[in-house]
Design a protein around this ligand. Sequence first.
Ligand code: FAD
Length: 308
Amino acid sequence: PIPLSRRCGKRPIRVSFEFFPPKNDEGEVALWDAIKRLEPLRPDFVSVTYGAGGTTRERTQATVTRLVRETALKPAAHLTCVGASRDEVDGVVRDYAAAGVRHIVALRGDPPGGVGSAYAPHPEGYQTTAELVRGVRRNGDFEVFVSAYPERHPESPSVDHDLDVLQAKVDAGATRAITQFFFDNEVYFRFVERARARGIDIPIVPGIVPVQNFKQTAGFAARCGASVPNWLAERFEGLENDPATRRLIAAAVAAEQAIDLLDRGVRDFHFYTMNRADLVYATCHLLGMRPEAEATPADAQLRRAANG
Ligand code: FAD
């Protein structure tokens, strides 16, 4: 059969885009440039991260609310329970419910000492992510997404333990998992197979990080337990002072990964955009996505109503 990536016509793809809340006016402009560029691709949802330990609480809320107010996009707000009481977390959830947000990415969060230091739940807080998922659902009509770790979470003794934790989050009501990023697709397929063998049946959406900056991505990968294959490092070797070639290589790497996933049956993709649109837009284009004409405000309102 002809691989889907080589077939002409519209392909049944769903994508979502992750952004982080901007730190300053310049970041705000860059973020909204990226959102506006990616919006015509009609992502399934766009998510906004919650800074370590909830440090961007106001900025995350402001970005999510602006998305509700000014776009037809469906925002998913990331929310962590580290370092916060149940009342505090429930307050944020209820604010989102009141603002018309219907999707939350529920996470535990990293310990204040950073990845690798000991985690202790807040004495009056949600003790586990599964408890947080239940709490979110109790406080509003939300669809709740959670994380998954194909290469093991740094604190986890085994992938089996990670799968126990994922199962608990599904039992608590999570309807979709988004994976930590990875570069070797085999890792993802093996993880999905193990999850399915245990009866975990929610979509497990691959998180894809286009390599905007290899050094930075490798550093981030080391902290979150994602491995960087030697072949990937080799591809960026010697390009430290050649940003133009680096960008072309990055586009090729992202394209190769996404097309392989597509041709092996994946239809949902989550992109870690790092608030930059170009590489993500190009990859989506290769996956067969095309922009739709700009929606009028009336269209936008209709679409929002249909999305619930
Ligand atoms: P869980 O799913 O609850 O646990 C992850 C793994 O850690 C488990 O599988 C388990 O093996 C191990 N573990 C957890 N608790 C224990 C325990 N008590 N004892 C032993 N092992 C344990 N962080 C942010 O701060 N803000 C964000 O917006 C954000 N967004 C993210 C989005 C995605 C898609 C992903 C994959 C991660 C994101 N993170 C974010 C990072 C996340 O907060 C950290 O990885 C955190 O350390 C774990 O949170 P979790 O919800 O994934 O934890």
